[in-house]
Design a protein around this ligand. Structure first.
Ligand code: NFE
Ligand code: MG
Length: 500
């Protein structure tokens, strides 16, 4: 078995996206519905970014009820997305799913999984390979000490994996109560929302929220702590230096966002300036010019460009690679001294016996998602109470002949920006810079690595053929290439690691 460390990394997206080009020549309000189709996991964030973008181009402010309802829909989508990530995308990097074969108890759902696994194994029984092929749980990286050893802990985690599916269904219902449907909401529009909310809607939403909050406090947070206690090395692995948040969950009662904006470098939070964003193209499969601000950007594919290795652009803030997402939001707020976030973070740090710098890690990213869920449950109760049932929820607008707009928000995976130029009442230019464009970007014009590439460097790998450590680092960012490029090409090589 060959050991080593990651010495170089390339993060790439394998397909052209082009959503921005689809928008050119259309009615500006179409952007609101079309950009949601960029992704089925974070469509609410696109609906909000696009609504804010159009509101700024139309010169209007959103209605107060509309803002509250949008916050509630977005919070429900964050809950859905963060729980999805921890339980259904990342947990099996740590939990031994094969423990289900040892289950002897009476839980109907666990017994169903066990029976299904046994049947799958039986039908695939082709010698020693049988255990490696129970989709979607296997194959996986195999190695000594890769997964939690204690059978009961593993079985409890599998139990919570199923429970998390049920909880996600409830969060989807929360979105439909206020958004009309999932995954792509129908109610979010420039000016606010079209949904009429009454006492019953609030009652139903609250009932679901209570159940989700209980899961977050009693199951999700303890499970994150349990994983952290079993894999303490991951407080040191997967670090990055620069963090950015655009701010989200507007007008949190006092005129400020719940999650504040800022750029954090060397533990100091600086004022965020949207003018300082550029998109570098040297290693991306797009035609020059490079380093344009997104309001001037374009989307011209250049598939055969030499040196280019990704369909993801390389956005930079003041020429820095930055990490965006839950950890970035939590750290920006923590180091800004935000009392609410600081209280939640310090309480978690106390429980795990760590200092704040431990958060800059793989485990910190998982913890940040759980902390956000706790905060969003608590704040959602307050937003529900603030809705004025006797007032409307949408301000009106007129589409101007010409104009420019910008809509910034935070998607579950981080900073999301939309920029529009309107000419002769139609869209002349539309640009989206999405969270995974920041995190999974390739190198920039100066050769600086993107956030995931950088975080991978020096990661210790215990077995070259089973580089689970690298997978854990990448997965901690919760990358979504669907957002960054639309879809990945199933024929491309997915398993090439350079480890020395
Ligand atoms: Ni397809 Fe997304 C989020 C956005 S990440 S999930 O969160 O915007 O690129
Ligand atoms: Mg773009």
């Amino acid at each position: 078995m060959q050991r080593g460390r990651v010495v170089s990394a390339k993060s790439k997206g394998d397909m052209f996206r082009g959503f921005e080009n689809i928008l050119i020549g259309r009615n500006p309000v179409d952007a609101n519905m079309i950009t949601q189709r960029i992704c089925g996991v974070c469509p609410i964030s696109h609906a909000i970014a696009s609504s804010k973008c159009l509101e700024s181009a139309f010169g209007i402010k959103p209605d107060r009820n509309g803002v509250l309802i949008r916050n509630l829909i977005l919070a429900a989508n964050y809950l859905q997305s963060h729980i999805l990530h921890f339980y259904h995308l990342a947990a099996l990097d740590f939990v031994d799913i094969k423990a289900i074969l040892q289950y002897q108890g009476n839980d109907t759902k666990l017994n169903k999984i066990k029976a299904w696994a046994l049947k799958e194994l039986d039908s695939k029984a082709s010698g020693s390979n049988a255990i490696t092929a129970v989709s979607p749980f296997l194959p996986r990286y195999e190695g000594k000490d890769f997964y939690i050893k204690d059978t009961n802990t593993n079985i409890q985690a599998i139990h919570n994996y199923i429970k998390a599916l049920e909880i996600r269904m409830k969060t989807h219902k929360m979105v439909t109560l206020l958004g009309g449907k999932v995954p792509h909401a129908a109610s979010i529009v420039p000016g606010g929302v079209t949904q009429k909310v009454d006492k019953n809607t609030i009652k139903e939403f609250k009932k679901l929220l209570i159940e989700v909050k209980k899961f977050v406090s009693q199951v999700y947070l303890p499970d994150v702590i349990a994983v952290a206690n079993s894999f303490p090395d991951y407080y040191k692995i997967g670090k990055f230096n620069n963090f950015m948040s655009y701010g989200a969950f507007e007008d949190n009662g006092n005129g400020s966002d719940l999650f504040k904006k800022g750029f954090l470098k060397n533990k100091r939070v600086r004022i965020f300036k949207s003018n300082d964003i550029t998109e570098h193209l040297r290693y991306s499969r797009f035609a020059a010019p490079s380093k344009l601000h997104p309001s001037k950007g374009n989307t011209k594919p250049n598939p055969y460009k030499g040196n280019a290795y990704s369909w993801v652009k390389a956005p930079r803030y003041q020429n820095n690679s930055v990490e965006v997402g839950p950890l970035a939001r939590v750290l920006v707020n923590y180091f800004s001294g935000d009392a609410l976030i600081k209280g939640e973070v310090d309480s978690l740090l106390n429980q795990i016996g760590k200092k704040a710098n431990a958060l800059n890690s793989v485990l910190g990213r998982h913890a940040a998602r759980a902390i956000e869920c706790k905060v969003l449950c608590d704040e959602s109760f307050k937003w529900l109470q603030q809705i004025d049932l006797n007032a409307g929820s949408r301000s009106s607008y007129e589409i101007p002949e010409n104009g420019q707009g910008m809509g910034l928000t935070e998607a579950p995976r981080g900073a999301l920006g939309h920029w529009i130029t309107i000419d002769n009442y139609i869209i002349d230019r539309y640009q989206c810079v999405v969270p995974t464009t920041w995190n999974a970007s390739p190198k920039d014009d100066a050769g600086r690595f993107g956030a995931i590439e950088q975080a991978l460097l020096r990661t210790p790998i215990s077995d070259l053929k089973n580089p689970i450590e690298a997978a854990r680092v990448v997965r901690s960012f919760d990358p979504c290439l669907a957002c960054a490029i639309h879809i990945t090409d199933g024929n491309s090589e997915l398993k090439k690691f350079r480890v020395c």
